[in-house]
Design a protein around this ligand. Structure first.
Ligand code: SF4
Ligand code: SF4
Length: 381
């Protein structure tokens, strides 16, 4: 809940920063693009290669690119699987073809999805598959930071020696070239924009070269854009009702979780009564019921517990597998242990077919208790 609320908060403050900077899809696409650029060159070189006839060089470059992409994709798939198993053992098993079928299937599916989504589908995933662009529009208001182009300053755009009457945009198209989503930010705010700010850097570089002030493309708010002004230092309002509500909700959930963590029981007892047989009449006339106790020790030390019974006077406890008559149990640190227990009582003790009883375990070290209500069954009176 905190992660979801934090995402809402960051979106209301700075738009799609999650998409632009932290989403695995964006990060993997960036990684795949670095490989592509390294092997095939910049955009112009890549377009030249795309249009070139198939030859040895083109085949070698394409093979190298896709091979590295596949290795990255396989490592991604492997990382997922290794996370849920003993990694060194599983790696050896995978390489020696000894691993479970499901491990190969999982690695294959994750390799294929990483390769297709990160290498081939790229920004189409953000535009057509991801629901977040649709949801985030509900979290953005006129005070949220968005990437925008200052139309009043940039238009009319144009290039050439005679720039009289033209705006600051020289129509170099660098902002479009670098955009991973393939959009032109000069057309206004668009659903596809992931706020990666690559167009900001590209345009600032151009402004530096032509001696104009930076910020033709930059962070702004819708409220400010309506005034046709760039966002000035100190103009952005971080504290507003929407961000305050998200901030308060995060604090409330955090406090509740902290309280739950601090006050969580360190000892738990779970009791399951045998259902077959419901009870056993003994040769001495007593009635016996069987129970399974599950004791969860959440402290980092081995603890010893003593079992007592409420509601069944003169009951005798026998722990299966033990010769002594002690109703004591030892549970290792951070472990759940299971014990089989037989409880017997004289038939005269029972008022009816069912007697409510309470089983209680007491930590012999710190006196902490855990209890569980159950019943003791006997024959009809
Ligand atoms: S990078 Fe800047 S100057 Fe070049 S086209 Fe884009 S907005 Fe205009
Ligand atoms: S328009 Fe700019 S900020 Fe938006 S996705 Fe394209 S490069 Fe990134």
């Amino acid at each position: 809940m905190i992660a979801a609320l934090a995402l809402f908060l960051f979106t209301s403050v700075a738009g799609r920063v999650w998409c632009g900077y932290a989403c695995p899809q964006t990060v993997w696409v960036d990684l795949f693009l670095i490989i592509e650029r390294f092997i095939e060159g910049d955009r112009t070189a890549r377009m030249r290669l795309e249009n070139a006839r198939w030859g040895l060089s083109k085949i070698a470059k394409r093979l190298a690119k896709h091979a590295i992409w596949l290795v990255i994709a396989a490592m991604t798939g492997g990382a997922w699987v290794f996370y849920f198993a003993d990694a060194p053992t599983l790696l050896v098993d995978l390489l020696t073809l000894q691993a479970e079928e499901i491990a190969y299937i999982t690695v294959a599916v994750l390799t294929a999805t990483t390769y297709v989504l990160g290498g081939l589908a790229r920004e189409q995933v953000c535009t057509y598959m991801c629901p977040w662009p649709r949801i985030q529009s509900a979290m953005i208001d006129e005070e949220s930071l968005i990437i925008s182009y200052q139309k009043d300053r940039g238009e009319p755009r144009g290039r050439g020696a005679r720039r009289q009457g033209l705006g600051d945009c020289v129509n170099c198209n660098q902002c479009v070239v670098v955009c991973p989503m393939g959009i032109d930010i000069r057309d206004g705010m668009q659903l596809e924009c992931i706020s990666c700010a690559l167009c900001v850097d590209a345009c600032n570089g151009i402004m530096d070269r032509i001696g104009k002030p930076r910020g033709l493309i930059g962070y702004n708010t819708l409220a400010n854009l309506d005034k046709g002004a760039a966002l000035q230092r100190g103009q952005f309002r971080l504290l507003r009702p929407r961000t305050l509500v998200y901030g308060i909700l995060i604090a409330v959930v955090g406090v509740i979780m902290l309280a739950a963590l601090v006050s969580r029981p360190r000892l738990e007892l779970n009791v399951q009564r045998d259902r077959n047989p419901l009870f056993v009449p003994l040769s001495n006339g007593d009635i016996r019921n069987g129970y399974t106790l599950k004791i969860l020790n959440k402290v980092h030390q081995t603890r010893h517990y003593r079992l007592t019974i409420d509601g069944l006077p003169n009951a005798r406890i026998k722990v299966i597998g033990r010769d002594d008559a002690e109703a004591e149990f030892t549970v290792k640190a951070d472990r759940l242990a299971s014990f089989r227990v037989l409880i017997s009582t004289p038939k005269d003790n029972l008022k009816g077919e069912t007697t409510d009883i309470r089983l209680r375990i007491l930590d012999q070290t710190d006196g902490k208790m855990a209890e569980n209500d159950t019943v003791f069954r006997g024959p009809k009176p």
